[in-house]
Design a protein around this ligand. Sequence first.
Ligand code: HGY
Ligand code: MN
Ligand code: MN
Length: 408
Amino acid sequence: MDINEQRLWNRINELGRVGVDVNGGLTRLSFTDEERAAKQLVRKYMIDAGLQIREDEIGNLFGKLPGNNPNAKTVLIGSHVDTVLNGGMFDGALGVLIGIEVLQTLREKGLTTENSVEVVAFTDEEGTRFSTGMIGSKAFTGQLTSDDLTNNFDKQGISIAEAMTSQGYSPNKLETVKVEPESIKCFLEVHIEQGKILESNSVAVGSVTGIVGVRWLRVKLQGEAGHAGTTPMPLRRDPLAAAAEMITVVENLAKVQEGTVATVGQLSVNPGGVNIIPSDVEFTIDLRDLSDELLEQLLVGISSGVDSICSKRGITYTIEELHKLSGVSCSNEIKEEINTSIEKQGLEVIELPSGAGHDAMVMATFTETGMIFLRTKDGISHRPEEWADKEDVSMGAQVLYDTVLNLA
Ligand code: HGY
Ligand code: MN
Ligand code: MN
């Protein structure tokens, strides 16, 4: 192994103690003190690694190892350090820390590359706080507008722009965040698989072929509150009963095609009394599939299901699209480089798609992009029990190291 396994493992565990919440998992939502603390620690690691550090105006944090040719492009490595609610310590953080480890090892070995190599911790990948994600990588690639920053709110009604400002960033300088595609040679992201394919093949590291498309919707239903005891069933306009029907429609539509997934992760009921028929209900839908065409068909199926249930029940509704990212294929050239590095470790090459979204799907619309997956215990993620073995982490870092050496 060229990389320093113990240093990397220590950092994963140290960063894994930042933002521990009452339920024992990590909650480092974007533009909060917990995420800031995580970035402070990552900044320290970047300094220890001897990298040139910069943080852009919305909180993307970079550490650069300059190449021999100042005019050459940059090989960018990255992921995120924000988490979901009560999440695990590998999702995102692993890719940033492995990137730092690879750059620190290159510098310690005195290896210089033609191209600069840079590691980035993109801000707000998960989108948990504002229900719209990939903020940092979208801004970096010029795919974010200032409206996106002012028109998305958290549960307290704080906009992304206000949250950024509260952390000392300058959302009004969004334009300065964007870089030109010509300045980037390629993007590489190492991430836990968050599924069971590698584990079921008993392989530590995998080569990603593509990333599913994702749609997030918010459905708002307006019915009529009433007395639970004195309102006969035929006279009710109950939005929660309507939502229950709709959620079953969503689940059944997703079951039609192998590979499609749909999740209702948030549901709120007003006023929420045991003996009150609800007045209004809101729920979210997370839809994923490798085919954008299929996703569009699903959206049509869902909206017509919502419409017919609402007209039958006398409910009014709105459906709002919160987040939309097309499915992407990884670069074949980069994938072949990754496969060569995996074979160099004597491992079988397993190619697999990603069911999770990543900054890599935004970067793939901007530059040649590849992903390296790590085996995930029982496929568990977005939970405190999320786990990757130290040996697998080291293997993933070595594969990235060899890939970067070949590409940079
Ligand atoms: O939602 C996702 O797939 C990722 O965790 N952001
Ligand atoms: Mn995640
Ligand atoms: Mn992630």
